[in-house]
Design a protein around this ligand. Sequence first.
Ligand code: ADP
Ligand code: MG
Length: 673
Amino acid sequence: MESQRSPLLEVKGNIELKRPLVKAHSRLPLPGSSFKRGRDQMEDVVEPEKKRTRGPGTASKFAASQPRAPVRTTVPPTQGQTAAPKLPKKTGLRCSTAVATVLKNQKPGPAAPAQKPGTAAAPPKLEGKKPSKRPAWDLKGQLCDLNAELKCCREKTRTLDQENQQLRDQLREAQQQATDLGAERRTLEGELSRVRAQAEQGQQELGNLSAHVLELEERLSTQESLVEELQKEQLGLQEERRGLATRLEEQEKRLQASEAALSGSQAEVASLRKETAAQVALLAERGERLHWLEMERRRLHNQLQELKGNIRVFCRVRPVLPGEPTPPPGFLLFPSGPGGPSDPSTHVSLFRSDERRGTLSGVPAAPTRYDFSFDRVFPPGSGQDEVFEEIAMLVQSALDGYPVCIFAYGQTGSGKTFTMEGGPGEDPQMEGLIPRALRHLFSVAQELSSQGWTYSFVASYVEIYNETVRDLLATGTRKGQGGDCEIRRVGPGSEELTVTNARYVPVSCEGEVEALLHLARQNRAVARTAQNERSSRSHSVFQLQISGEHAGRGLQCGAPLNLVDLAGSERLDPGLAFGPGERERLRETQAINSSLSTLGLVIMALSNKESHVPYRNSKLTYLLQNSLGGSAKMLMFVNISPLEENASESLNSLRFASKVNQCVIGTAQANRK
Ligand code: ADP
Ligand code: MG
C-alpha cells in the first residue's frame, strides 16, 4: 500500500517530518563547545526531543530498550551510491527517524562504555546497573571512577563530535534534499495545479458528458417509445398484411375464376359477334324490306284512296238539339246499304211536302222523296270518333305526301264547326276532326321515326270573310283585327303560297294545337262583338304544312292538310233585303255564295280536266289551289240540319254535295320532291 501513495503526499510527509529535524539540529552542541555539563543538562538537551517523540511511537521504546546503533548503520547507502550518496526521496522518512534516534541516544549514560566511532552503539550498561556507591572514604576509587567516567565522557564526546560531523553532513544532505524536494514540490505543485485544472476541465467535461448522457437518455427513452410504437404499428401492419394476403389469395382465386369465365365469355362473344353480324345483315335486309313495304303501303294506300275517289263526300246529320221542334217521323231516312243494316250507311232520303202543290189541287200532296247517295252517311247518333275513323286514312295520305282538303259544307247551325273543331266544353268525346287529325299525325310520325322518317308540322289558321283574309292566330293588338292579310306566292316562280301577316306556328303536340284552337275561338269572339255572327259568314281555314324527311335515303315529302269550316251556305231571300243592314247582309251572302259556287266550279273544272280552273275567282279557292286537283285528295262533309224547317236548305246542300260527289279528279300523284 505504501508504494501506491502519491508522490505528492510522500513529499508532504517528509516535509512535516523534517521540521523537528531542523529544530533538533539547532539545538545540537556545536563542535568545540563545552561539554561539561551534568547528566541533567544532557537530559535537558535531549528531553524536548524525547517529549516530541514520546507516545505510542516505537522510538522511545526503542531508545529505552534497544542499544543504540551507530548512525552509519541507520543510513545505509543506497544501491549504486557511494561517496556522496543522495538519499532517495523515499528514504527521507527513514533518515529523519534515524536522526531522531541518534539524538535520543546521545543521552549519556553514566556508566556507558566508550564506543569506537563507526561501530554499533552498545547499550549503556551503566544506566541499568550502576556500580555500587563507593564509600566516602574510598576517594581513590571515586577518583578512579571519575576518571573512568571522564574518559568515557571524552570518548563519548569524540564519538559525539564524529556523530555531530556526520549529522552535519547528513544535515547538509538533508538540506540539499529539502531544496531538491522543494523544487520537486514546486514541480509537483505545478503538476498539481495542472492536474487540478485538468481535473476541473475533466469535471466540466464530466458535467457536459452528464448533460449529454441525460440528453442521450432522454433521446433513448423517446427512441424507445418510438420503437415501441413502431413495434405496435409493425404488429398492426403484420396483421393487416396477413388480412391482405388472405384477400389477395381470395382475389386471385376469383381472378382465376373470372379469367376462366372471361375466356368462356370471349368465346361466347365471338359467337355472339358472328350472330350479331348475321343479325345486322338480316336487320339491314329487313330494314330494306320494311322500307319497301312502307313505300308499297303508301302506294297501295293511295290506290285505295283513289279507288274510294279523290273527291269524297260524307253526309252528316246533326241530332235535334234540346228546345228544337221534333221533325216529323220519316222526314230523313237512312236506308241500309246492300249488305244490310251492318253495312255503313251511304244513303239519305229527305221527304218534303210541297205545300204549293197541295194547295193547288186542294188535297195535301204526298211528300216528295229526295234520295241522295254519298261515300258515307252519318245519321244523328254518330259520334265524333266514328266520323274520324273514316277520315283517318285520308289524313294518313297527307303524311305520305298527298295534299288533303277536308271541307265542312252546310247551312249555319248544321254542325260544321262541331264537326271540325268539336263541341263546347272539355269533353274529349266531343273533340272535332282538327285535334283528332293532328293527334293521329303526331302518333304516325312518331311510329315512322323508327324507320328513319323525321316529320315537322307548321300550323296556320285564317278566316276569309267577305273576300278578306284575317289571321285567327293573331295575338296582342292584332287580335280581332282583319283585312291586313294577303295571299301571296312565297317567291317568284314558286307554286307555294303564304298568307302575309299571318302566324305560322310549329306544333309538335296536342297541347299546342289545343292552345291554337282556343286562340282562334277568342279571336272569333272579339270579331263577333264587332259584327254579329261573322263567324257563320266566313270560311275558317286551318292549314297544317307537313314536311317529312328520310335522311338515310335522302327522301323528302311534304304536303298541306287543309281543314276548312265553310261559311253558312244558306241563301238570303233577295226580296227581304230592304234596309241598309239587309243590303250589307245580302252582299255578304252573295260573296259567300260566290265563293262556294267558285269552289264547286273549281271542282267541276278539275273533274272535267278543263284547261282553266277558276281558282282566282275567290280567295278561298285561290288559297287552296295547291290542295285541290292533281295529286290532292278532297273530302267534303255536307252537314245537314235534322229540322223540317231547314228542309229547303238541306236539299240545296245535298244537291251541291251530290254534284261534288259526282266529280272524279284524275289520278293523284304523290307530291314528292
Ligand atoms: P255551324 O258551325 O254549322 O253553324 P255548329 O257546329 O255551330 O253549326 O252547331 C250548331 C249547334 O249544334 C251547336 O250548338 C252544336 O253544339 C250542335 N251540334 C252540331 N252538331 C252536333 C252533333 N253531331 N252532336 C251534338 N250537337 C251538335
Ligand atoms: Mg260554324
